[in-house]
Each structure stands twice: as C-alpha cells, then as structure tokens.
Design a protein around this ligand. Structure first.
Ligand SMILES: C[C@@](CO)(OP(=O)(O)O)[C@H](O)COP(=O)(O)OP(=O)(O)OC[C@H]1O[C@@H](n2ccc(N)nc2=O)[C@H](O)[C@@H]1O
Ligand SMILES: Nc1ncnc2c1ncn2[C@@H]1O[C@H](COP(=O)(O)OP(=O)(O)O)[C@@H](O)[C@H]1O
Length: 295
C-alpha cells in the first residue's frame, strides 16, 4: 500500500453559545463550525510491525509526550477497535504506521488542529489498513478522543449542539478569512472551568443565527485574562467584525475576496502570526479519501 498524504483542516467557530453544563461537567453548546482549506499535513505509511511512530520537525509539539499526542491516540484507538478483525492481507503486524506531521496550526489556538489531526488519522488509517469502518463508527471513535473530533471526521461545515458532536451539515457562503494568532495559549479545559464563564445563554434556532446577534461566550472572559487576544481583536476590528474562535486564542474576520483578506494580512503587526484561508463546506480530506461506506 502506497503512503497517503492528507490535510488536517482548521475550523473556526463562527459563533459559540454555552447553553448549560451537564452532570458530567461537560458543557452544552451551540456553535457553527466553518471548515477552512488550510491546516496541518499528515503522511501515513504502513509498517511491517504493529508500532505507531510519529515523526515531526524538531521543536514542534515538543512539550507533548508521543503517547499524549492525539494522532498516536487516534491510531491506537483504531488498532484496538480492529484487533478482532483479521488484517486484509493476512499475517501479523500490518497495522502499524509511520506518521509524518507537518504542523502549521498553532496548538491550543481554537482552530481544532489536534482534533483535526486525530480525525485525519482515523480516516487515513481506516483506508490504509483496509478496515472499511463507516463514517458513523469513525465519528464515534473520534468523540472518545475529543468533542471537536466528529466534525472533522464527518468533514462538513456544520451547526453543532450537545457538546459539539450533534452535527447538522450546512452550506455556507464560501468567504475568505484572515486568522491571527496573538501568540498566547488558552487552555480549553481551564477556561471551560472558569467560575466567571457565561454558561446560561438561551438556545437559539439556526435561522436566528443568520438574522440576529450572536457572540462567542468565551470571548469577553478571555479578553480579560489574555491581553494579547484583546489587543488583536481591537486591531482587527478596524477592518471588519472580528471574533475569537473556540476557546481562543486565535481571532478572525471574514472578507468577500482573497485579495481583501491578503491586503489586511500585509498590515498585521510583526508580533503576531496570521494566515488567509478560504472557508469550505466540505473538508479536503473527505474530498480526497472517497470510497468510504456511508455512515
Ligand atoms: C471550545 C471548542 C469549540 O469548538 O474548541 P477549541 O477551543 O478547543 O478549539 C470545543 O468545544 C472544545 O473541544 P475539544 O478541544 O475537543 O475538547 P475536549 O478535548 O473534548 O475537552 C477538553 C476539556 O474541555 C471541557 N469541555 C469540552 C467540550 C465541552 N462541550 N464542554 C467542556 O466542558 C472539558 O473540561 C474537557 O475536559
Ligand atoms: N497533534 C496535536 N496537535 C496539537 N495539539 C495536540 C495534538 N495532540 C494533542 N494535543 C494537545 O491538545 C491541545 C489542544 O490542541 P488544539 O486542538 O490544536 O487546540 P484547540 O483545542 O484550542 O483548537 C494542545 O494544547 C495539546 O496539548
């Protein structure tokens, strides 16, 4: 089997309302996931043993032990799930993989990079190991890795409820986004457990999103706790409506054209990283890995 190279696209949360907290501590939310055509890149090749080896550039994710990396965790979960079905080509040990990661998305940026890496791993190894698992099964495995993984497995921009796993695909006008990383990191777990987080926003309908005011319920709190996020939002607001994605720290604004977004990118102050990407309704990974049985 030849190696497979796939992308792991970023997401933006076009809005994010926290509507309550569940007995298990997780929060119910409403959000609109917008997939982007920009992300990490992963190359998978089958090993002739059963090991999962992750390779990435020196310094990238160096604080993370390999066994904690969502890529390795996704591959192991898939291995465990498939251990009772014989390998397609017979014999032992063709369910190992060498995985090369080109990391472009800032970890903990609210762009879902780790979750998308995990989803792309499930999708690519399902194909490479010839497991033939359905998208529903892969999305359920993804959910065990993180609330944001299923949307990347299903691979469509989506309206989400529950903890982010109840998904309804949406067709959004494909706009251009400028995304700025203000250089700080916001812990998702930490901010979800903050006593001052707004947790009681009334639920809205999808129609209300398109006509009424929405916000990101993390934004005001993160602005107070992380000054670089506040500064980046103030700067970006000069060019249009600026908002934070997920639990931060990245902020974004949308534009009608690539040229407009790139013109603002040129102006981004040197202390911040930025990129321009197109909003896409369908994930490039799902476009690439066709032939999966329907969920
Ligand atoms: C906030 C969002 C919005 O899309 O994105 P990010 O900012 O992480 O990109 C997500 O809800 C993040 O999803 P994800 O990053 O997969 O979270 P998980 O790994 O499942 O959970 C990390 C921690 O966040 C908390 N958590 C997560 C999701 C949720 N609906 N309620 C929660 O309370 C839990 O404390 C959990 O231990
Ligand atoms: N492959 C990975 N890429 C990025 N982060 C990862 C990965 N695997 C595990 N993580 C952990 O997940 C956390 C959240 O990462 P990420 O999904 O990029 O951000 P966010 O949840 O803010 O969108 C990181 O801080 C890191 O500790």
């Amino acid at each position: 089997m030849l190696p497979i190279t796939v992308s792991a696209p970023a997401k933006l949360n076009l809005f994010l309302h926290i509507t309550g907290q569940r007995p298990d501590g997780y929060h119910n939310l409403q959000t609109l996931f917008q997939l982007l055509d920009f992300g990490d890149e992963l190359t998978f090749s089958v090993r002739d043993d059963d090991q999962i080896k992750l390779h990435c550039e020196d310094g990238v994710l160096e604080d993370l032990a390999p066994e904690d990396n969502l890529i390795v965790r996704a591959a192991q979960l898939l291995q465990d799930n498939a251990k009772d079905s014989p390998p397609a080509h017979g014999g032992e040990g063709c369910r190992g993989a060498d995985i090369h990661l080109l990391k472009r998305l800032p970890a903990g940026g609210g762009l879902g990079g780790g979750s998308s890496d995990a989803a792309s791993t499930l999708l690519a190894l399902n194909q490479l190991w010839e497991l033939n698992l359905s998208i529903d099964v892969l999305a359920d495995l993804g959910r065990q890795l993180g609330a944001d993984v299923p949307v990347f497995v299903r691979g469509h921009s989506a309206w989400a409820e529950g903890i982010g796993e109840e998904l309804e695909p949406v067709e959004l006008t494909e706009r251009w986004f400028l995304v700025i990383h203000p250089g700080c990191h916001v812990s998702t777990k930490g901010i979800f457990s903050h006593p001052q987080l707004t947790r009681d926003t009334p639920a809205i309908t999808m129609a209300a999103f398109f006509t009424g005011p929405t916000r990101n319920d993390f934004e005001n709190l993160v602005r107070c706790l992380a000054e670089p996020v506040d500064k980046a939002l103030i700067w970006l607001e000069k060019f249009g409506e600026a908002r934070m994605t997920g639990s931060g720290a990245c902020v974004f604004a949308s534009f009608d054209s690539e040229a407009q977004a790139k013109a603002v990118l040129q102006e981004v102050p040197g202390q911040w990283q930025g990129f321009v990407a197109r909003g896409v309704n369908r994930s490039p990974v799902r476009e690439q890995l066709d032939g999966l049985p329907p969920g």
